[in-house]
Write a protein that binds this ligand. Structure first.
Ligand SMILES: Nc1nc2c(c(=O)[nH]1)N[C@H]1C(S)=C(S)[C@@H](COP(=O)(O)OP(=O)(O)OC[C@H]3O[C@@H](n4cnc5c(N)ncnc54)[C@H](O)[C@@H]3O)O[C@H]1N2
Ligand code: MOO
Length: 378
């Protein structure tokens, strides 16, 4: 399957997971299934916008008291010629017409003189929205800013799509999950990468498990992986120890993507089990697996999380790389002007990607300075 088509299938095949109530404070990164409506007006009471004196009528004014923030709204009232000393955010007494900032007036004993300017320096109830106003519409990602606006408007609970839960099965007899690899061993590169892609797309990483290359272990692990998405690294190819495809066929999985015309990352796949769980197969070569995570896993999770699919970024790319068929995915550097190819190497090493700014997806027949899709690195 062509790379663009595989990306589109991963992005467009799954719909958002069901929604549920969620505490605003814990909903960052999730997508609103319903609009957030203000429970209270903002501000909830008329209050001072400056430190100074709340006054009524023309000056001079007689200071009759002091109101600090936190005082009860509705207490106290002013009539013409009266003033109270007031703090920013404190409720203005009933009848107050303006707040005179300290710098615009003079106090002598209990008398304040000064001139009222064109602004009254009072924030009125509902200036920034009334109860029932939309704080944010359905479909928005809950950012820290959106969450802050919601709690400001008295909202503590919202309705959001469930985060897609992800588990990772790291296959390979040679793979170790911690420490420095010895002869014949490789250190797992996938747990960190898959976690980062998952979190970035609005998912939740539940577990990462290492499995030896044994079909029975893979079968059992697939049985118990109770997550929306099961990612399997390695075991994607045709080798004697690669059991994933046979296992998915035995389970009558539906193949949505089975091989992508993409270098590296050709053996990547996306399938759905009859019970609804998605399986993303990442080739074991780490750079190829990273490419596959950005091609299939990220758009799938984005859709399951209910996030709107952002259009793919494109920019001109300069450098040397041969792309005879399918696409070639290369690390690039941003230096102003076209992105520059940092290296166009193999499928295993991550070193060029480590100090690159992004990956570029070079189409078949690509030539120097022609545009390419740009994928952000996790
Ligand atoms: N006869 C063929 N052989 C291969 C083909 C093919 O089409 N026909 N495709 C090649 C391509 S392309 C890739 S990519 C790999 C895919 O292999 P698998 O997904 O089956 O993965 P493994 O064989 O288990 O491992 C490949 C390579 O990656 C290393 N690896 C595996 N897991 C990890 C990990 N968690 N962290 C770091 N490195 C890992 C592993 O040690 C191997 O070196 O197949 C080609 N062969
Ligand atoms: O295409 Mo493989 O995925 O070279 O590494």
């Amino acid at each position: 399957m062509a790379w663009d088509q595989a990306y589109a299938v991963a992005r467009d095949t799954a719909g958002p997971l069901p929604s549920e109530p969620a505490a605003v404070a814990a909903a960052t990164g999730r997508v609103l299934a319903e609009a957030v409506l203000a429970a209270v007006p903002v501000p909830a009471f008329d209050c001072a916008a400056m430190d100074g004196y709340a006054v009524t009528g023309a000056g001079p004014w007689t200071v009759v008291g002091r109101v600090l923030a936190g005082a009860r709204a509705g207490d106290g009232s002013l009539t013409s010629g009266m003033a109270v000393e007031i703090a920013t955010g404190a409720p203005v007494p009933v009848g107050a017409e303006a707040v005179l900032p300290y710098e615009d007036c003079r106090r002598d004993g209990v008398t304040v003189t000064g001139t009222r300017g064109p602004r009254d320096h009072i924030r009125r109830v509902g200036d920034d929205g009334r109860a029932g106003d939309t704080v944010a519409p359905a479909g928005r990602v809950v950012t820290a800013t959106l969450a802050a606006a919601a709690v400001q408007a008295g909202v503590e609970q919202l309705r959001a799509h469930r985060r897609p839960a992800v588990s990772l099965l790291v296959t390979g007899d040679e793979v170790i999950i911690s420490g420095t690899p010895g002869p014949g061993q490789v250190r797992d590169s996938f747990t960190g990468l898959v976690t980062a892609v998952t979190v970035r797309a609005g998912g939740e990483m539940r577990s990462s498990r290492h499995l030896r290359d044994d079909p029975a272990l893979l079968r059992d692990a697939l049985d118990v992986a109770g997550t929306d998405v099961v990612v399997v690294s390695g075991s994607s190819s045709a080798g004697a120890a690669d059991h994933l495809h046979a296992e998915l066929d035995a389970r009558r999985a539906t193949w949505h993507v089975r091989g992508v015309a993409c270098r590296p990352g050709h053996p990547q796949a996306l399938a759905r089990l009859p019970d609804g769980r998605w399986v993303v197969s990442l080739p074991g070569n780490p750079y190829a697996g990273l490419v596959a995570a950005l091609t299939l896993l990220e758009p799938l999770l984005t859709a399951l999380a209910g996030r709107p699919a952002a259009p793919l970024a494109r920019m001109p790319v300069s450098g040397v790389a041969e792309v005879r068929q399918g696409v070639r995915v290369v690390p690039v550097l941003f230096e102003g002007g076209p992105a520059r190819i940092a290296a166009a190497g193999g499928a295993a090493g991550l070193r060029a990607a480590a100090s690159a700014d992004a990956l570029a997806v070079l189409p078949t027949g690509w030539a120097d300075r022609e545009p390419a899709v740009i994928l952000a690195l996790p």
